[in-house]
Design a protein around this ligand. Sequence first.
Ligand SMILES: Nc1ncnc2c1ncn2[C@@H]1O[C@H](COP(=O)(O)OP(=O)(O)OP(=O)(O)O)[C@@H](O)[C@H]1O
Ligand SMILES: [Mg+2]
Length: 304
Amino acid sequence: MNSEIMFHVKHFKKNTGILCRFLVHILTMSQKKTDTYFISVANQKGGVGKTTTTVNLATALAAVGKTVLIVDLDPQGNASTGFGIDRATRVNGSYEILFGECDVEEAAVKTRVPNLSIIPSSIHLSGAEIELVDAKNRESRLRKAFKKNDAAAEFDYVLFDCPPSLNLLTLNALVCSQGVIVPLQCEFYALEGLTHLVRTIERVCASFNEELSLQGIVLTMFDKRNNLSGQVEDDVRAHFGDKVYKTVIPRNVRISEAPSYGLPAIVYDMNCTGSQAYIQLAKELLLREKLRKGESEDKGQEAA
Ligand SMILES: Nc1ncnc2c1ncn2[C@@H]1O[C@H](COP(=O)(O)OP(=O)(O)OP(=O)(O)O)[C@@H](O)[C@H]1O
Ligand SMILES: [Mg+2]
């Protein structure tokens, strides 16, 4: 009889242990955020304001308490330099996570801006495009890296600063994102290439990532003294309607000065017209996100 009781007690202890571990696991899982929003800031045209938009939008989001991660996917490394991250210290970066040489957690470094981290672009990234051509699952390596251990769970937003090309680095960003923000410079050739970019987004959506959609187009370097800026704005709004953000980023010298101090413009001079516009853009993005989430919840309820 005694040994039978002992057997039950032993079993009870063992099962309680398993049950406790299971409950702790469930609790930790429920505490982890799983609704990270991944955004590619992309345009194959060079010098249109991708990096400036990534850096300042991320800073504005961090300033309102969101946790944000920037991934510098451009071998030029402008986003990393823009935060004053010395090239010599960039040991683990976007190249290393693409090729499984380190995890997202190891590559992310904190910036001087609270709530904002960055995965820098290391020197090796310039060879990545060629190396990726023959790599297995070459278009989804970034997504795999972020899926591992739900690596971005602590972040509300992950922003990919893409290179000026629709290459495999940009493709990796698109396959890993839900939204694309397209900065568009208000100049004569602005609309050229935009159709190609939109078609690429549609193809990626059809073949690799059905969650992907165009979050919005942001007009950058707008010069109100220049008639052309106004004409480009009218054209883009006529073609893309409410996909174009209401907020327009003006040409502003303080924005172009900020990176040389290793600071986002919003930290360098929060009151300049450019910084104020990026703060406004962040508000618009948050509002769109809220509406998008509301809509998908409504659809879910309708389906149920
Ligand atoms: N609103 C603005 N007012 C004035 N200068 C700006 C503004 N936005 C960007 N710039 C400047 O224009 C240049 C190009 O901007 P940025 O580096 O953000 O473009 P990009 O699209 O990331 O370029 P690349 O394609 O080379 O990566 C930079 O020197 C930047 O400081
Ligand atoms: Mg750039």
